[in-house]
Write a protein that binds this ligand. Structure first.
Ligand SMILES: [Zn+2]
Length: 133
C-alpha cells in the first residue's frame, strides 16, 4: 500500500469514525486566485447552518488573520488559505455558534443580546452563550 492509499484510508476512517457524522458540517469549496482565496459557497454554507453569511464570514476572516469581504455568495480572503485550514475554521465556528453543547445537535437559533450571543437549542431547550466576535 502506498502513501496516497494510506492517507485515503486514514481520511475515510476519520470521517466514518467521527461522532457527529449524522450532523456533518458542510464543507467550503474554494479557489485560489493570485494571492486571494475565494470561498465560493460561503453564503450557501451559512444558510445550511442557519447563520447569516455576515456572521460566518466575519469569523472566518478574523480566524484567518486577514482582511476580506463578501462578494455575492463568495467570501474573498486577501491571502492564500488552504481548503483544509478553512474547513477547520468552519468546524470551530460550528462548535462555537451552531452545535448545542449539551446534546450536540445543530438545531439551534442564535440571537445577540446584551453583548453576548445566546444560542438556544430547539432540540433540548438548553441555552448557551458565546462572546460576540
Ligand atoms: Zn441541545
Amino acid at each position: 500500500m502506498d502513501y496516497a492509499e494510506l492517507l485515503k484510508r486514514a481520511q475515510q476512517q476519520t470521517q466514518s469514525g467521527s461522532k457527529g457524522e449524522r450532523y456533518a458540517v458542510p464543507q467550503f469549496e474554494i479557489e485560489h486566485e493570485g494571492n486571494k482565496t475565494l470561498v465560493k459557497n460561503c453564503a450557501k454554507v451559512a444558510a445550511q447552518l442557519r447563520r447569516s453569511p455576515d456572521h460566518v464570514s466575519k469569523f472566518i476572516i478574523k480566524e484567518s488573520g486577514t482582511s476580506g469581504e463578501m462578494d455575492g455568495n463568495t467570501l474573498v480572503l486577501h491571502t492564500k488559505v488552504t481548503q483544509h485550514t478553512l474547513n477547520e475554521k468552519l468546524l470551530k465556528y460550528c462548535k462555537q455558534f451552531v452545535y448545542c453543547s449539551t446534546c450536540e445537535k445543530p438545531d439551534t437559533s442564535i440571537e445577540e443580546s446584551g453583548g453576548v450571543i445566546v444560542i438556544q437549542c430547539e432540540a433540548c431547550g438548553e441555552e448557551h452563550t458565546a462572546p460576540v466576535e
